[in-house]
Design a protein around this ligand. Structure first.
Ligand code: ADP
Length: 747
């Protein structure tokens, strides 16, 4: 008797979301790598019921070249028939006939509920099919259980349990691009724009879009305005903003926004209010389906790939009658959660909003959502809160150090506004530690950072200067001269070293006895105490965007591209861009390159091209090996490849440091800057002020004492000793190298 292979089906259902293709690709390729047969079910549950050509076996190459495409190539649909038992019985008949008894469902709460119902009914449905003679008893007996794994595809990020859903990050990209574009025209004409974004029961896109776009007001379903006369309050704030020189006003409205009594707040109503009460020329833009479309962001590509691969592993390893799992992301890690508990929690938020129980709704969204809402509340004020006359405010300096990183300006804006709002004086230091040495320090007011939320680069200036010798004395004098009570350094490794230097010299220079905190900002993502630094997400998106174009340029030839990316001694950008673009090989400084690897990679590549492959991609970190440079590898492959394929190199260079910050970088910049200012305020009065560096670990903000810096850092390579993303290394190979090559290698 031959062993029947395990057969897995994958379908996308409900609303489409960018990133679904990456998940489908990962399901297909992980399944094949494990020796399974994988079937795509086209058009969601409709295809499951219709069967025939809508259920197709996939091979390795059928999911080639789809990772960068928006939407879902296997189609999605709504199916009224699947809501009926007859429909589900027909679906079961199609699956059993093909021997498929494991399904990965990528969709929203409706799709996942339907899948769970189908799973529970499965044994009865099969019994009915046997009774009707549609399938044989043997067929039914061969598939006693249906195993399912769910992945949430929803641009709204409206699901409980998982921190992000497929498509939400890309939708935020579309929203911030739109707000940025609208802001520039609004500022030219001094206009007001009301922008409606998606989100019926979830304000995630509106809230994060407003923070990332530097909007002036926002309405979300979970947090209706406190006051009944919110119209007047909004108009007052926007009017004062204008009086203080703000050239544009942007109001973001979630499509499900309403007041405390459940009355909808529509974009058109807000426009009417603004025109009538402020006499402002107001325009409405409803972003609509633009938010759903376009190429997926880097995050939506790599995250969805991980989710798809894990879903297959869950289907292969879980007990047949185990509770079905939702594969989600929590604290930056893939997790398996009880599917139906998550669905039910998600529904409860919608119910709470429908019942006007906003406290319950917001509580279920979690702390960081509430924190973000509060921060937005401060940032959109047109003026700081009135000062507390009984308390002396402190004087805090904000500065950069290291290479420029997108998100630096956003962080300065948030720090300055939060600091001033809490009654403190905020000082800007130009040109990094050189400015602190030269006394190039000035006071920053509320409007001095207007428009900085969205700007790339570093307006305060930055460089890699680390002060030495008598320069420390100059710094001490300037700290005293300007009455600086605390320093926020937003920057990279040079800034961390310089801050540590000031801290360790405090026994010589008493002026250094002030709190100092470092906020991680570098595209290299090589800083201790933080899983991600500001700028890394923007750089990753820039790389992915560039590689998409490079790949498109090669439509007609057999070509291997070798793309060199930045990162210094840290391979984060190389590995993650490799995952997000489907690169066959990634060369990292953590692993290095040797002749043996080059030889076997070359052999494998020749075999690929012999078998008809047209395009291959290698990503090499700039410092992966000092001898085997990008040009060297390029020449080697070109020479050895002969007529089989040609080789081109692309060194991406400084485009990786530029560009407007991505929504994620803007949101994190704001969140971290707020926490840093709170830290300075808390420690400025203490006898023994401390040094610290802030960062993310497991999605949470953590503050580390500066003494921990040497322990967490590998000083020779200037990178953290622990790097979470290294665990994803085998994934690039799993998803790009068909099993047949694994056998070739073992020979
Ligand atoms: P989403 O998955 O994005 O929430 P829908 O709620 O429209 O989108 O669900 C998509 C499809 O999932 C529906 O067209 C239907 O076929 C199926 N479905 C949804 N809810 C159920 C249910 N309670 N029972 C059976 N099938 C369902």
């Amino acid at each position: 008797m031959t062993n029947t292979p395990i057969r897995i089906g994958v379908l996308t259902s409900g609303g489409d979301a960018p990133g679904m293709n990456a998940a489908v690709r990962a399901v297909v390729r992980t399944g094949i790598s494990h020796g399974c047969e994988v079937y795509a079910i086209y058009e969601g549950y409709k295809g499951l019921i219709q069967g025939g050509t809508l259920i197709r076996r996939m091979d390795w190459s059928s999911v080639g070249g789809i990772i960068q495409r928006g939407g879902t190539i296997i189609g999605t649909a709504r199916s009224a028939e699947f809501r009926t038992r007859e429909g589900r019985r027909q679906a079961a008949a199609n699956l059993v006939t093909l021997g498929i008894d494991r399904l990965v469902i990528i969709g929203g709460d409706g799709s996942l509920t339907g899948a769970d119902l189908f799973r529970r009914e499965w044994p009865e449905l099969l019994a009915e099919l046997v009774a009707a003679g549609t399938i044989s008893e043997a067929q039914a007996a061969a598939h006693p259980h249906l195993r399912i794994a769910g992945i949430v595809g929803s641009i709204d990020n409206d699901f409980c349990g998982t921190d992000m859903t497929i498509g939400a990050d890309t939708a935020l990209h579309r929203i911030t691009e739109a707000i940025d574009a609208i802001s520039s025209t609004a500022a030219s004409h001094q206009r007001t724009f009301v922008i409606e974004v998606m989100g019926r029961n979830c304000g995630y896109l509106a809230l994060m879009g407003a923070i990332a776009g530097g909007a002036d007001w926002a309405f979300i379903p979970e947090m209706p305005p406190q006051m009944d006369d919110w119209e007047q309050h909004m108009c007052d704030v926007l009017r004062i903003g204008r009086e203080h020189g703000r050239r544009d006003s942007i109001v973001v409205v979630a499509e499900g926004a309403c007041d405390r009594h459940g009355k909808p707040i529509t974009a058109h109503y807000v426009k009417k209010v603004l025109e009538e009460r402020l006499g402002e020329d107001t325009r409405v833009t409803i972003l609509g389906h633009v938010q759903r479309g376009g190429a997926p962001s880097a995050f939506d590509r790599w995250m969805s790939s991980l989710l798809g691969a894990t879903a297959v592993e869950e289907l292969l390893n879980a007990d047949a009658d185990a509770e079905p799992k939702l594969i989600g992301l929590r604290e930056n890690r893939v997790v398996r959660l009880p599917l139906m508990t998550c669905v039910s929690d998600t529904r409860q938020v919608a119910e709470a909003i429908a019942q006007h129980d906003y406290e319950r709704a917001i509580a279920m969204r979690g702390n960081s959502f509430v924190e973000a809402y509060r921060t937005l509340g401060t940032l959109i004020q047109s003026q700081p809160s009135p000062p507390d006359r009984l308390r002396r405010g402190h004087r805090f300096a904000v500065m950069h150090s290291g290479g420029p990183a997108p998100g630096m300006n956003t962080a300065v804006r948030a720090a300055v506004r939060i600091g001033i709002d809490r009654g403190h004086t905020m000082l800007g230091v130009r040109n990094g530690f050189q400015g602190l040495i030269d006394g190039d320090i000035f006071e920053m007011d509320w409007m001095s950072v207007s428009g900085w939320a969205t700007m790339g680069g570093a307006e305060l200036g930055t460089n890699r200067k680390i002060p030495q010798g008598s320069e420390l004395y100059q710094i001490a004098r300037n700290i005293e001269r300007f009455g600086i009570d605390g320093i926020l350094m937003i920057g990279g490794w040079a800034g961390y070293q310089a801050a540590y230097k000031l801290y360790s010299e405090r026994h010589i220079f008493p002026a250094f006895n002030i709190p100092i905190i470092c906020l991680p900002a570098t595209i290299d993502n090589n800083l201790p105490g933080s899983e991600l630094s500001l700028g890394a997400d923007t750089a990753l998106n820039s790389i992915v965007h560039a590689v998409d174009r490079i790949k498109q340029s090669a439509v007609a030839s057999r070509r291997c591209f070798i793309v060199e990316v930045m990162g210094r001694d840290c391979g984060y950008l190389a590995l993650m861009s490799g995952l997000a673009t489907g690169a066959e090989r990634v060369y990292l400084p953590e692993e290095g390159i040797n002749l043996r690897t080059l030889q076997s990679d070359l052999d494998e590549m020749m075999e690929w091209f012999r078998r008809g492959k047209r395009l291959s991609l290698i990503i090499r970190n700039e410092k992966a090996n000092p001898i085997y440079t990008t040009s060297f590898i390029c020449s080697l492959f070109e020479e050895e490849g002969g007529k089989l394929f040609e080789v081109r190199q692309a060194i991406l260079g400084h485009l990786q440091q530029g560009g407007d910050p991505s929504p994620f970088d803007r949101i994190q910049a704001t969140r971290l800057a707020v926490r840093c200012i709170e830290f300075l305020i808390e420690h400025a009065d203490r006898q023994e002020p401390v040094g610290a560096f802030i960062g993310y670990r497991g999605g949470k903000v953590q503050v580390h004492p500066i003494e921990d810096m040497p322990r967490l850092m590998d000083p020779v390579h200037a990178r953290p000793r622990e790097q979470w993303w290294l665990a994803l290394r085998q994934m690039t190979r799993l998803l790009t190298t068909p099993p047949v090559f694994h056998q070739v290698e073992q020979k």
